[in-house]
Unconditional design. Structure first.
Lengths: 197, 274
């Protein structure tokens, strides 16, 4: 709760992205469009098969100017870096801006879960958080995005008609009707604009 | 409830639990603990943590159930088969050279990691010269570890994990079924000591050759991680082994220099000779 502090005066501090089916393609559109001097850290949860070791960070690093890596437990969060939740672990943000991993139960049948990332990131960053829900076929991220808004953060949802799987954006919009809606191609530009505002 | 008030109330609750019951969660990773405590609030029908504190201090039935929210008990037999394969193929050849062995499963929860190691040691012919210590802080988890009973619908996953871990026998040799449950053979506990022990407040109790502590340290803050790894270092024999969870490492801890990376991908470390 920001008592007496106008929300818009809080500068953006971090971006959290949640996605599922079609997510690799969507992230391959957004992340390579961001310049190496992008001033915020980006935290990503993408649903993957839990028994495969993820090559996601390596795949995207090859296409991106930003540094891309798999998140490690208790790692300090650094701006201009993209952190992926490892498969089969939840990713959380501590209040001292370190990352934590957790092997707790799946949430929304998902581990990592977008809700778990968004809720802890909203607790840590408050109004400085930008939460982004992209393509996906389930409901994960909807409750988390509502929490992002409740803490004064910015909610952004990929336009369902531009999504490979519209279910996750639709669920997020049902939970957060006032969220900003953008087609996939405009999300990187918007993030860049907000981050540098 | 504002975030600041919530954090204050949680810290007070943890302090009360520590003062009254000597369970110390004050150095646990806060983000995940807060998440689990929010669930506990709903479960105990409290609107804030001060009410929960009132319940836990005055109703003795509350703490045992609350402990199940404060600790995480999610595991599988042979979880991450490649870890157990590395133990079998790379660590066991070293351990074979010892006439007697001690193994410590720290944070054993309901015993999945313990039974995995006992079965592996039996398959490798080392069980009879080994004592296994399995410790946890949660009495309910220790009871479950002692019972060795798991839901039947988990056995398919366990069996597949065991096979991928290089299992030399059939997992079904070690359990019988009934009433929707798999009951592990009590002979697996012949060489096992199950006991209450806290990595936060207790000290070293034995000299051991292998410590397996998987997905426990991620719930600790860095200071507590350093304490636990210090305990492991002191408990390990010369050139003893430490196995961690697949996403845990010694990298951000103060004891990194005391260990070498023995099987890097499997997160198995070996204590350095000084």
């Amino acid at each position: 709760m920001n008592l007496g502090v106008p929300r818009r005066t809080i500068p953006p501090a971090a971006v959290a992205i949640g996605t599922s089916a079609g997510g690799l393609e969507a992230l391959s559109t957004i992340l390579p469009s961001l310049p190496p001097e992008f001033p915020l850290p980006i935290l990503v949860v993408i649903h993957l098969s839990p028994h495969k070791d993820s090559l996601m960070a390596e795949l995207l690093q090859a296409k991106c100017d930003l540094r891309v890596k798999e998140a490690e437990d208790k790692e300090p969060i650094v701006r201009g870096t993209v952190y992926f939740a490892p498969p089969d672990y939840h990713l959380l943000v501590e209040d001292d801006y370190r990352l934590s991993l957790s092997s707790e139960e799946a949430v929304n049948y998902s581990r990592p879960s977008v809700d778990v990332l968004f809720e802890s990131a909203a607790d840590a960053y408050g109004a400085g958080l930008i939460g982004v829900v992209l393509t996906g076929a389930n409901q994960d991220g909807a409750a988390g995005l509502r929490k992002v808004q409740a803490e004064g953060g910015l909610a952004l949802v990929q336009a369902p008609q531009s999504a490979y799987a519209p279910g996750m954006p639709e669920a997020a919009l049902a939970a957060c009707p006032s969220a900003r809606v953008l087609p996939l191609g405009e999300i990187a530009g918007f993030l860049q604009e907000v981050a540098c505002s | 409830m504002s975030d600041k008030t919530e954090e204050l109330e949680i810290r007070l609750l943890l302090e009360a639990i520590y003062q009254q019951f000597h369970y110390d969660f004050r150095g646990y990773s806060f983000a995940s603990l807060r998440r689990r405590l929010r669930h506990a609030l709903r479960r105990f029908d409290c609107s804030n943590y001060s009410q929960l504190q009132d319940q836990v201090l005055h109703d003795s039935a509350v703490l045992p159930e609350l402990l199940s929210f404060l600790t995480v008990q999610v595991s599988e037999l042979f979880r991450d088969p490649s870890y157990f394969k590395a133990i079998r193929e790379q660590v066991i050849p070293y351990l074979r050279t010892y006439p007697s062995l001690k193994v410590w499963v720290a944070g054993c929860s309901a015993g999945e990691e313990l039974y995995s190691l006992v079965i592996l040691f039996r398959e490798e012919g080392l069980e009879q010269r080994t004592i296994f210590y399995a410790t946890d802080i949660n009495p309910k988890a220790l009871e479950r570890a002692q019972a060795g009973v798991y839901e039947l619908d988990r056995m398919q996953q366990f069996t597949e994990n065991h096979r991928l871990a290089g299992g030399k026998s059939s997992l079904s040799d070690y359990y019988s079924t009934g009433y929707g449950a798999a009951v592990f053979d009590k002979s697996l506990r012949q060489r096992v000591v199950i006991s209450d022990h806290s990595l936060v407040t207790d000290s070293v109790f034995a000299e051991v050759q292998l410590i397996s502590c998987r997905n426990v340290l991620i719930y600790f803050d860095r200071e507590l991680q350093n304490r636990a790894i210090g305990l492991f270092k002191d408990a390990l024999d010369r050139q003893g082994f430490l196995g961690l969870g697949s996403k845990e490492s010694l990298r951000f801890t103060s004891s990194a220099a005391d260990f070498t990376e023995f099987a890097r991908e499997s997160r198995i470390y070996q204590k350095r000779v000084n």
